[in-house]
Design a protein around this ligand. Structure first.
Ligand SMILES: Cc1ncc(COP(=O)(O)O)c(C=O)c1O
Length: 402
């Protein structure tokens, strides 16, 4: 199904009855992105990263859309337990927890359903000890996943490129941690995950930066080859004494390379559904923007400036300009370099600003995916030329996890 044109005119018609500020997801675009990601995953199941969606109704819709969308990658243990209560199954918590109360609750889940309980992430003996501390004698095991560092070590390890996550990097370290798990009958090793953020989360066509783009492509090609070999070797070594149900890797930006690895049983993606601006500059795929927010123009400080109410929803991460939201529609708007996107107002400059009047609306895009949902209680879902549903975000359900 072709995606209807994404114009200011179209959205103004679609949202004629909705008061700004509001957030929306264009389902036509989101499903086009979903189909493209399934194609890039080349038949491997795709686990959906809940942090990049943060809306229960959309998580349900995605999982119901195609049987190749399998399970959720969650981001906080209280979130994981809440989703399990709501009926979601096959939950893999991707980040280690130090929340003893939530671990106690997980132990109850595991007692009730030892095969289907959520899997939690570990990368050190301290994590194992914390899990053990909540388990009574004779309690059934808690299921865990070893997080393997997928960063790329260059020049003999003098340069390390990638997210600073797990201390487990080598085959030997992974085997040693698996042996520690083996000594503890109340902890069951079911999964392995290695997330190559330096490939998945870094666009290789940064606008106006040809040299940097070439350097990123050099790094990503070598890193993909290195992690394929190392992940395969770790899976083979662990396979000598444990049966791994899941070998997970990748994210929106690396689906094709991660899925191509024989050792990988499933890939993860989340951001690619909403396609925020940080995913605009990849050579491997071109998603369609699917999420945005509208702001009202409330004043005209000068003829060439239109100032919108609020809108300063910056994304997390290194505090650079790429974390700012981007004016989207009408085309031809820019942020003011002095003010950026503000807490209570966002002045807009550029060729389109002169035509904007008080009471008009503008549309912006967030730099990241799920974080938009921390700013709004509901998402207006669009199909064709109308709003087909209004659904709560996590925040709208009174849930704010991180
Ligand atoms: C462990 C893990 N897997 C996968 C992803 C990819 O998520 P997305 O597709 O939203 O970029 C992330 C993102 O940070 C992650 O932390």
């Amino acid at each position: 199904m072709p995606v209807p044109p994404q114009s200011h005119e179209r959205y103004e018609q679609v949202f004629a009855e909705v008061e700004a500020p509001f957030a929306f997801v264009d389902l036509d675009a989101m499903w086009a992105n979903a189909d493209a990601m399934l194609e890039r995953a080349a038949g491997k199941p795709l686990r959906v990263a809940s942090k990049s969606v943060r809306c229960r109704a959309l998580l349900e819709a995605i999982l119901g859309r195609d049987e190749r969308f399998q399970g959720l990658m969650t981001y906080a243990l209280p979130e994981t337990l809440w989703l399990a209560e709501q009926g979601f199954e096959d939950l893999l918590l991707a980040y280690p927890t130090a929340d003893v109360g939530a671990l106690e609750e997980l132990a109850l889940h595991s007692a009730a359903n030892s095969e289907g309980a959520p899997i939690v992430m570990v990368d050190c003996v301290e994590h194992l000890e914390m899990i053990q501390s909540v388990l009574g004698k004779g309690a059934p095991p808690i299921r865990v996943c070893i997080d393997v560092d997928a960063s790329w070590w260059w020049l003999g390890g003098r340069v390390k490129i990638g997210p600073k996550r797990s201390p487990i990097h080598s085959v030997e370290q992974a085997v040693a941690l698996a042996r520690e798990i083996e000594k503890r009958p109340q902890i069951e090793l079911d999964a392995l995950m290695a997330y190559e953020g330096q490939i998945s989360g870094v666009g290789d066509l940064p606008p106006g930066q040809r040299l940097r783009g070439a350097a990123i492509r050099f790094m990503q090609k070598r890193s993909a080859a290195e992690i394929a070999e190392r992940r395969g070797a770790i899976v083979a070594a662990l396979g000598e004494f444990v049966e791994l149900e899941i070998v997970n890797g990748g994210g929106t930006g690396s689906l094709e390379t991660t899925a191509a690895e024989e050792a990988v049983t499933e890939v993860t993606a989340g951001s690619g559904f909403y396609a925020p601006t940080l995913f605009d500059h990849y050579s491997r795929f071109t998603p369609t923007p699917a999420a945005g927010y509208a702001l009202p123009i409330v004043r005209k400080p000068a003829p060439g400036v239109a100032t919108a109410l609020g809108g300063g929803y910056l994304a997390s991460g290194a505090g650079d300009a790429a974390r700012l939201p981007s004016p989207w529609l009408p085309e031809g708007l820019t942020l003011d370099p002095q003010e950026g996107a503000g807490e209570v107002q966002t002045p807009l400059l550029g060729s389109a600003a002169a035509d904007l009047q008080v009471g008009d609306r503008v549309y912006l895009r967030h730099a990241k995916a799920g974080e938009l949902c921390e700013r709004f209680d509901v998402l207006h879902l669009v199909e064709g030329d109308r709003v087909v549903d209004v659904v709560p975000t996590y925040r709208g359900e009174g849930k704010s996890f991180l």
